[in-house]
Write a protein that binds this ligand. Structure first.
Ligand code: PLP
Length: 388
């Protein structure tokens, strides 16, 4: 088939016509069990009634006015995020990369406002992923993503994941901040060890560096707390959020403490679409659902159920599978067999999952996945492995 699209996404053939909850359907009515959820985006599954109602109501009222005018839906969503996190202020944008970019700008702006513009370098960790702008690519420096794009280091340095002495060694008088994912997503579902994270925080306090968490993938209830840092014992100064926050509607958010946020003075940053009433209406509905009493406890329960089932399969097929990683419903199945081949076979058996780094398979079901859907997915994986 010829296409007018650029070739960056390849040429996928499978197309879906509609979705409901954990299921996707082709135009022919074939059902697939979706344990990828648009790569951790459809946090409440497809076409959740509360989100459909919020979006439909807003769509008949007002779509867009720009940030030239007050947007109360955004103020409401920001207040909820502040009430449930370390943050005092929120900036809304349209994607994870933009939320990360806003965080980088905050780090540099903070030191600029203190007449320390020479402190402008930011350290990222190996195997991380922060998005596709030049700065996000430079922070992660993964040649698979950055090849042919980076013409300088853009003010970023890198340290190997989990090695505090190596991190300390790259800090100079020019360093302004550190960015990391509390649970690496693209890198292969790796939880940052709590003692390493505590040491990173101590280093930031000692050197007066700003600490930024990229929770674009691991945030918004995915790990069983609203944000993953809340169970890892360390608070950041800045946090990037996106993906699940819109439940499928594009939205990003950069959260920060007051002392950092106050440096983003009027006119210093912006976005035409950021904080758009449609996105804010859906974001409010997502956060209201996630903060309903018992919701996040259910995520923890479902995550344990799915991980136990996968661990049982690892024990049954030790030559094919290596182990299970992750937190809550952000789960990595580490493979001995080729993960891409396993994903292809699972898709043929109508279970959708996503590849991640380090030869792993990512399982990212909706946060409201049922026990029956978890059993169904485990049954498909067991049957596919049994055929090998
Ligand atoms: C941890 C992390 N940061 C940033 C991004 C970029 O987000 P987006 O694709 O919405 O720009 C992603 C996307 O996968 C991500 O996983």
């Amino acid at each position: 088939m010829t296409t007018a699209l650029m070739p960056n996404y390849g040429t996928p053939e499978l197309e879906f016509d509609h979705g409901l909850g954990c299921s996707l359907y082709t135009a022919d009515g074939e059902r697939y069990l979706d344990f990828g959820m648009g790569i951790a985006v459809n946090s409440l599954g497809h076409c959740h009634p509360r989100l459909v109602a919020a979006l439909s109501a807003q769509a008949t009222k007002l779509w867009h006015t720009s940030n030239l005018y007050r947007i109360s839906e955004g103020e409401r969503l920001a207040a909820k995020l502040v009430a449930h996190t370390f943050a005092d202020r929120v900036f809304f944008c349209n994607s994870g990369t933009e939320a990360v970019e806003a965080g980088f700008k905050l780090i540099r702006r903070y030191f600029h406002s203190k007449n320390q513009s020479q402190r402008n370098r930011i350290v990222g960790l190996s195997e991380s992923f922060h998005g596709r702008t030049h700065a996000a690519l430079a922070a992660a420096a993964n040649p698979a993503h950055s090849n042919g794009f980076l013409v300088s280091d853009y003010g970023f340095d890198r340290a190997p994941f989990g090695d505090i002495e190596a991190l300390r060694a790259v800090i100079t008088p020019h360093t302004a901040g550190i960015i990391l994912e509390p649970v690496q997503g693209e890198g292969g579902i790796r939880v940052v060890p709590a003692d390493y994270l505590a040491a990173v925080k101590a280093l930031c306090v000692e050197q007066e560096l700003l600490l930024m968490f990229d929770e674009v993938q691991c945030g918004v209830g995915r790990t069983g707390t609203l944000y993953a840092y809340q169970q890892l014992g360390v608070e950041p100064d800045i946090l990037a959020s996106a993906k699940g926050l819109g439940g499928g509607f594009p939205v990003g958010a950069c959260l920060a403490t007051e002392r950092v946020a106050e440096t983003l003075t009027s006119g210093s940053h912006g976005s035409t679409f950021g904080g758009n009433p449609l996105a804010m209406a859906v974001g409010n509905a997502v956060i209201d659902e996630l903060t309903t009493p018992g919701f996040l406890e259910q995520v923890v329960h479902s995550g344990a159920l799915l991980r136990d089932g996968l661990q049982h399969l690892c024990d049954t097929y030790p030559t094919l599978l290596k182990g299970v990683t992750g937190l809550g419903l952000m789960i990595g199945l580490q493979c001995h067999m080729d993960a891409a081949d396993l994903i292809k076979r699972l898709q043929q058996a109508h279970l959708l999952v996503v590849k991640a780094g380090g030869n792993s398979v990512r399982l990212l079901p909706p946060l409201n996945v049922s026990e029956a859907e978890i059993s169904e997915a485990l049954g498909v994986i067991a049957a596919v492995l049994a055929e090998r």
